[in-house]
Every structure is written in C-alpha cells, then in structure tokens.
Write a protein that binds this ligand. Structure first.
Ligand code: FEO
Length: 398
C-alpha cells in the first residue's frame, strides 16, 4: 500500500469512516468522516492521537506499514473525545512501555474513561517540550476548543501543528490527504457545519487559541478530521476566525414550521421581500431540513427570520428545537424577523419576541397572522422580509 508521508518522516496513519450515519449520534454524515492520526518517526517514534475504537486495528496496520516491528515510544493525547481516544487501550496492549503524553486534565479523563494508571502517562505543562532525538515537540494548551483538556502539538523543525479538532471538518479523505490534492469545496462547506455544531459554543476560546498560534510559523496544520492543510492554511484559519469572532456574511436565513402549508406560503412571501433587496436568501422547513445544516447557515449569515404556527399554546416543537440550538451557542447580533400564525389563540409571535429579547438581539421586525394569509398580509410579509434584508445590507455598509 502507498504510505502517506506528509513531510519527511511524518506520516498520516488515520482512517476513513463511511459507516457512521450520525456523528455524536445526531449530525448526519453525507460524506463520512475521517479520524486523523499521525506518526512522527525519529530516534523515538510518536503517534499523535488515535482513532475511534472499531478502527484501531486499521490504525495499527497503518503504523506497522511505516515502522514495521519498531517500538512506538509515545502516544500524544491531544484530545480525549472518544472518536480519538477509544483506540488508546489497544495501542497500550500492543506496545508495552508506550508512554502517553498528557496534561493534568487528560489524566482524570484517561482514568475515568479507560481505567488507566498514571504509570503509563507522562504529564506535560503548557509550553513544555520533549525531544524525539532529531525533533523537539512542544505542547500548547487550547482549553475548550472544544473540550477542557485539548492541547495542540507543534513540531518546530517542520513547522507543523497538530491541532486536535481545530481546523477540522467532516468528509472522508478519498485517495489523498493533503489539501493540494483534494477538491476542497466540499470540505469548506463541511467546515462551517462542523464548526457550528461541534465547536460553535466556544468562540472565545477559539479566538484565544488563534492569538496564541499567531506567532508560530506554520507550513502544515494537521487536524483530527479532514484534510491536512498546507497551501490553504490562510483560508482555513480565516474561516475559524470569521466564525469564532462572530463575523457574518450578507444574507438571510428563513426557517419555518408548517403543519398544513399556510405558514409555508407565508415563508415564500417573506423570501420575496428579502430577494427584492439581496440574492443570498435560504429557506428551510424545520420539519424536513437537516438541523445541523440549518445551524451552520444561521452561523454564516447576518439575517434570520423564523416563522411558526402556535402549537399547544407554544411555538411549533421542531422550531423550538432549532431555537434551543441557537440559544445554547449564544449566537450574537443577528438582524431578526419573525411571524407567528395561529387558528384561535396566538402564542408563537410572543414566543419569538421573548426569544429575541433573551438573545439580546436588536428590536426585531415581527408579525402575527390568524389562519390563512390575505393579500394585505402577503404584502406585510413581503415588507417584513424586505425590512430585515435592508437592515442586513446596512450592517455591511462600511
Ligand atoms: Fe473529533 Fe472533539 O472529537
């Protein structure tokens, strides 16, 4: 088999998962996902992270293909989420004497998840270095990107950063691992979805990590998911900077819930109003749309308009689900519009107004409509969309 040598004596030994349907048992994986693991072969040999448990044998095969019967000296545990750590016990069983390079927060998780003793671990402090012989590795803590124990490993000699989940995305690595050998459109789209759903709550720690890394010369970023970044590092860092600093793009997302089609018709009118001002308008039905995709669109665009019928005197349940995701991630500064529909007693419009207040967004544009839409109400809905779009446009005027 052809080995993936990504830099002199540094190998990609990760795996592709095309079996899993839902990442974290929630997020669809239409293009699969890779669990990336890397091998640094020097006077000593170090593995950076493992893969999800069912793929550990494949990881072992990949390692052996590179080092044959040589021993593995270190396993650097940059991140403990089980998609990267559940292969650790198999590595320990296979390589007696293997030392896990960990930090204080990792130790507790290794004990809790895998019942490991500290005698297999070597604790490092933030900024500390260890030598592989011809290379020094330094460790840089990045707490809450997106777990508390996360650290990144930097190899100064090769200017390579092993960044844990940061700069990662969904999508398997089909036939190549370097960004320069892959068609990247898919990965960039999946990066937005990955960030919004996995990392999205932790924008401020990501900004802290980006500032810390700003001083390091980088020729390569090796994340735990997705391509190895070389030539496209500036774009990838730019996407993470955009998303973590709350920057948005000019556009409006419209999401609606509809039981019999009336609220859906209203959404069409709202969209026409938005489209009279700008081209970037996306409509999603909360009952059929993939919520992870919808959330990534909401992260990306400045404008958001939600429409819902009243259901059991509340907002439609599928709409509440996406609102909960928005609130959990504390998405800031959206230009917000809403409309509520009802048959005999309205509650959705009030619910949206309180939601905007709880999110501390600016005063929203809102409407409430009883039963089916009249021509006059169609005009009002058009005007709702137009006003939101105008506000969004204004926000981008320098
Ligand atoms: Fe890919 Fe946070 O694990």
């Amino acid at each position: 088999m052809q080995r993936y040598e990504i830099a002199k004596d540094i190998y990609y030994v990760g795996v592709n998962d095309r079996h899993k349907h839902l990442f974290e048992n929630m997020l669809p994986l239409p293009y699969g996902v890779s669990y990336n693991s890397y091998l640094i072969v020097d006077e000593k040999v170090a593995l950076v992270d493992t893969v999800e448990g069912p793929f550990a044998e494949e990881l072992l095969d990949n390692i052996k293909e590179v080092i044959g019967d040589r021993r593995l000296d270190y396993l650097i545990v940059n991140h403990m989420e089980p998609d990267h750590s559940s292969g650790i016990r198999i590595m320990l069983a296979h390589y007696p004497g293997l030392k896990l390079i960990v930090n204080a927060k990792t130790i507790d998780m290794l004990k809790g998840y895998y019942g490991l003793n500290e005698d297999v671990m070597l604790e490092v402090k933030n900024g500390e270095e260890i030598s592989l012989g011809g290379r020094m590795l330094s460790f840089h803590f990045a707490p809450m990107v997106h777990w508390p124990e996360v650290m990144m490993t930097y190899v100064a000699k090769d200017q390579i950063l092993f960044s844990a989940d940061a700069f990662g995305c969904f999508g398997t690595l089909d036939g190549a691992v370097l960004d320069t050998h892959l068609n990247l459109g898919l990965y960039f789209d999946e990066m937005y979805r990955y960030y919004a759903n996995i990392v999205g709550k932790y924008g401020s720690p990501v900004q802290t990590a980006l500032k810390k890394l700003g001083g390091l010369p980088l020729s390569m970023i090796c994340s735990t998911h997705g391509p190895v970044w070389t030539k496209h590092i500036p774009e990838v860092v730019g996407i993470y900077d955009e998303l973590s600093s709350g920057k948005t793009q000019e556009g409006v997302v419209i999401a609606y819930g509809s039981m019999y089609g009336h609220t859906e018709q209203m959404a069409e009118m709202v969209a026409r109003g938005v489209a009279s001002v700008m081209k970037n308008v996306r409509i999603y039905d909360v009952s059929t749309a993939d919520h992870s995709l919808l959330l990534s669109e909401i992260f990306k665009y400045k404008g958001l308009i939600l429409g819902s019928p009243t259901y059991c005197n509340e907002i439609y349940p599928n709409m509440q689900y996406i609102m909960n995701k928005i609130a959990t991630r504390n998405i800031k500064d959206r230009v917000f519009g809403y409309w509520g529909s009802f048959t005999w007693a309205g509650a959705a419009a009030k619910g949206f107004a309180s939601f905007a207040e709880s999110m501390k967004w600016e005063e929203p544009v809102g409407l409430e409509i009883k039963q089916s839409m009249t021509q006059a109400q169609a005009d009002e809905l058009f005007e709702l969309g137009r006003q939101v779009a105008e506000r969004v446009k204004k926000a981008f005027i320098k």
